[in-house]
Design a protein around this ligand. Structure first.
Ligand SMILES: [Zn+2]
Length: 130
């Protein structure tokens, strides 16, 4: 069983903000952040996975829609208390889902909307989206 942990220290990343927490999976002790070596204050996270509409997907929606997990199309259910599904990319914690083109596309769309609605239009940020 893999456990998803979050290291809440600030890690340098290549984004406009420049730092972020680091989430990582472990399957056996010891729990060590692979990014900074931290061993204390690591927080267990529910593994929230991105689901996207797919007529042939194995995950049923509430009104007849079908979905599939962006990172694991064979996944049929979320393990209670450890996993959950969402269609909102901002809620996703599962590292594999964050690497998918579906996730990146949805986040780019949200970030683009933010740029326009907050009036903070920045051409360089727009170009960096895709
Ligand atoms: Zn760390």
């Amino acid at each position: 069983m893999e456990l998803l942990l979050r290291c809440t220290r600030q890690h340098k990343v290549n984004t406009p903000i420049g730092f972020d927490v680091h989430d990582f999976l472990i399957s056996a002790p010891p729990a060590v952040c692979p990014s900074c070596g931290n061993t204390i204050g690591l927080e267990p996270l529910v593994r929230i996975m991105l689901i996207v509409e797919d007529n042939d997907g194995p995950i049923p929606g509430f009104q007849g829609q079908r979905y599939r997990c962006a990172s694991d199309p064979t996944k049929t259910f979320a393990e209670p208390h450890q996993e959950a599904f969402t269609s909102d990319p901002r809620a996703v914690t599962n590292p594999a889902c964050k690497q998918t083109p579906e996730f990146k596309k949805l986040m780019a769309k949200i970030n683009m909307q933010k740029l326009y609605t907050q009036g903070g239009f920045n051409l360089n940020e727009l170009l960096a989206q895709e």
